[in-house]
Design a protein around this ligand. Structure first.
Ligand code: GLC
Length: 715
């Protein structure tokens, strides 16, 4: 038996039942009260704490665990390090729009360096929930609507977090969440019912989790939501059959906050004791703050309702995790380290790069952007124009406003000092105050050019912040129309945690930049893009609906028996197709869409493997040319369609992407090699398999366009 297992068994053999159960409890000292929390730790009744920040405080609790409890088992300290620790990066949805896993990994590594230096050993990230519903506030935390891109981002973030050579000499373990299908909440309402088929669960929502575990993630967080009647945190099919038996996952399952106790309002546990029984038997190893295990698990074991072997198995997993992190050897963190690591200039610079590559140019008619550098005057209008808080995004946690640059800061940093910037907020975010539309219009007229910075506050997305209306909150639409009515050219900079519904703006405003909540470097990144210092390259990873009525609207939809052919407006003359009589079928902006200041042309698609075996590799290439006048990056995408299957198949599925940097006039061949085994799905027998037959393939700039070819998989 390897050394670690020897240590685990030796520890286990010394532990009382109460101490074993203690390792299965994660407590929040903020809720319990600091003295009560310390007492639980001293008694060996807590194996983990969460939401404690700062090396000194963490060491204080760790000393109690190591030096005052009977067995001295160290705590594992968990925090939500979702998109940065103190160097706050763009929200994960924005980061995914870089389509650059290497860059996203670098951001995760920086977060790991800072968090680990400050005592955190476990991050409740990456959030890998696929989401096709922008009403859901937590779409901000994920990587959008596509599982293939979601897998790539999950791997990148796990690898970045789990890097082995942190300055602290310790590890930061990752925790993909929320297992599973939390992003499928009905009506986009957080915590709401999820009722999906096993096939959709397996083909759409599970792949990013599998990718995270393949990358070595040693823990996972079970979700709040039910799936087809069984809450995820008491779901044996999910936590035993899929996670343990099919995937061989040996790590720790942590429940989400109070999720075990929520089995009671879910209506599948009559009381906390029954909730504890259902969760532990389903496979939840550690209870986040509900105290169900703390209060009832010993009785459940003594009454024979929960075998001691189940408890022992969970405790072994927790001890293995702690041993693997080196916590027994290095339980404390150097309290002087954080000051040397946090907000390093190199980290701020990297954050700028990520932010620049996350912002999506949605419209630029007439080439209004980039702005001339020698502008005499510019009106900067909107409630987010000089904002230092909301740019931090929905999971900023200990990020600080003073670390952030506003758009005003950014423009002042890049524009010549001779350019006058007239800043007028024009209205507040929520519409609580009377707007100053005339003041805004006056500024626009005086300047002859307006940059309008509008959108959502960070508190309008994220957990428990779903929206039924996805337009501009408060009086911001009126502000946009008032500024537009002056007739001066308007550039809109949108900030949000989700796709917004902006049909009026898309029609009337000539230039639109989606800046998301871009983290501490938002302002400089916006300024660099508006002035052309940076050529935007980002592309959407979630479709933008024309109206809430279209939701869910996503590219990988099924064809149905009555497919609507082609885009187009109201279709009264086609009443018997899968269409609306009052809205187009297509989204306003499709998955994979984003503009550049240059132009790219796709040429010469070549399907090198017209026929390919089940164990073969699909090889497709195309030439991409930069036909514009400035260098630029293009994210080239490869999609396939399985024309006929044992079950219905999406009209398109992303199966490859590559970023290419091209000088003006340069043409390059981009070649994709896709293992045919990646083209599978769960067919009639609910087994993953690739089915021989005809496929279409596209290489293009987004999900709505591209060069089309065909190939066949032969059995
Ligand atoms: C929250 C979230 C989860 C987070 C946890 C701890 O409710 O659902 O994502 O990690 O509680 O803060």
């Amino acid at each position: 038996m390897q050394e670690q297992e020897v240590r685990v068994e030796a520890l286990l053999s010394e532990m009382t039942l109460a101490e074993k159960i203690g390792q299965m409890c994660q407590i929040h000292v903020g809720t319990l009260g600091w003295p009560q929390g310390e007492d639980r730790i001293r008694r060996g009744q807590a194996g983990s704490v969460l939401t404690v920040y700062g090396a000194a405080k963490i060491n204080q609790l760790q000393r109690i665990a190591v030096e005052e409890s009977r067995l001295g088992i160290p705590l594992i300290v968990g925090n939500d390090v979702i998109h940065g620790y103190r160097t706050i990066f763009p929200i994960p949805l924005a980061e995914s729009c870089t389509w650059d896993p290497g860059l996203v990994e670098e951001a995760a590594r920086i977060a790991a360096e800072e968090a680990s230096a400050d005592g955190t050993g476990w991050t409740f990230a990456p959030m890998v929930d696929v989401c096709r519903d922008p009403r859901w506030g937590r779409i901000a935390e994920g990587s959008g609507e596509d599982p293939f891109l979601g897998e790539a981002m999950a791997r990148a973030r796990v690898h970045g977090f789990e890097t082995g050579d942190l300055a602290s000499g310790r590890k930061l373990v990752s925790c993909p969440k929320h297992f599973a299908a939390y992003g499928a909440a009905e009506s986009g309402k957080d915590y709401n019912t999820v009722d999906i088929s096993e096939r959709t669960l397996r083909d759409l929502y599970l792949p990013p989790f599998r990718a995270a575990f393949d990358e070595g993630a040693p823990t996972v967080m079970s979700a709040f939501n039910e799936i087809a009647g069984i809450p995820a945190s008491a779901n044996g099919f999910l936590l035993h059959t899929v996670l343990r038996r099919e995937w061989g996952f040996r790590g720790v399952v942590l429940s989400d906050w109070n999720a075990i106790a929520e089995l009671i309002p879910h209506g599948c546990a009559a009381n906390l004791k029954e909730a504890a029984e259902k969760s532990v038997l389903a496979g939840v190893d550690m209870d986040m703050v509900s105290d169900a295990y703390h209060l009832h698990l010993a009785d459940l074991v003594n009454e024979g309702r929960v075998p001691l072997s189940v408890v022992d198995q969970s405790v072994r997993r927790v001890l293995r995790l702690k041993l693997g992190m080196g916590l027994f050897e290095r339980p404390y963190v150097d309290e002087s380290l954080a000051g040397q690591v946090i907000l390093r200039p190199a980290y701020r610079q990297k954050a700028l790069e990520v932010t620049q590559k996350s912002m999506v140019l949605l419209k630029n008619s007439g080439g209004l952007l980039p702005l001339a550098r020698d502008l005499e005057r510019i009106a900067l209008i909107g409630p987010l124009a000089d904002d230092h808080h909301h740019v931090l995004g929905c999971w900023y946690r200990i990020g600080r406003d003073q670390d952030a640059e506003s758009v005003l800061d950014g423009l002042r940093a890049v524009l010549p000092s001779t350019t006058e910037v007239i800043h007028v907020p024009g209205c507040d975010l929520e519409g609580r105050e009377r707007p100053d539309l005339e003041g805004a219009a006056r500024a626009a007229r005086a300047a002859g050019l307006a940059v309008l910075v509008v959108g959502e506050g960070e508190h309008m997305s994220g957990e428990a912040h779903s929206r039924a209306y996805l337009g501009l909150p408060g009086h911001q639409q009126a502000l946009a129309e008032a500024v537009h009515a002056t007739g001066v050219p308007v550039v809109a900079v949108l900030m949000s945690g989700r796709p917004l519904v902006i049909p009026w703006m898309a029609e009337h405003v000539p230039a639109i930049l989606q800046a998301w909540h871009g983290g501490i470097r938002t302002g400089r990144a916006v300024a660099d893009i508006l002035t052309g210092a940076t050529n935007p390259s980002a592309k959407l990873t979630a479709s933008w609906p024309r109206t809430e009525g279209q939701i869910p609207v996503y590219y990988a939809h099924k064809n149905t028996g009555r497919p609507a052919t082609g885009a187009g407006t109201v279709q009264f003359d086609k009443p018997h197709w899968s269409i609306y009589i009052d809205e187009e079928n297509e989204p306003l902006f499709p998955f994979g869409y984003g503009l550049s200041y240059t132009r790219f042309e796709y040429r010469a698609l070549a399907v090198e493997t017209a026929q390919v075996g089940l164990d073969g590799t699909l090889i497709v290439s195309a030439a991409i040319a930069n036909t514009g006048d400035r260098p630029g990056d293009e994210i080239v995408q490869l999609y396939v369609r399985d024309r006929v299957g044992s079950v219905t198949r999406p009209v398109k599925e992303l199966k490859g992407f590559q970023r290419v940097s091209l000088a003006p006039g340069e043409e390059r061949q981009v070649r994709f090699e896709v293992p045919v085994q990646r083209l599978g799905f769960h067919g009639l027998a609910m087994e993953y398999a690739v089915e021989p037959g005809d496929f279409s393939v596209w290489v293009g700039p987004n999900a709505a366009e591209g060069l089309e070819g065909a190939f066949a998989v032969i059995g």
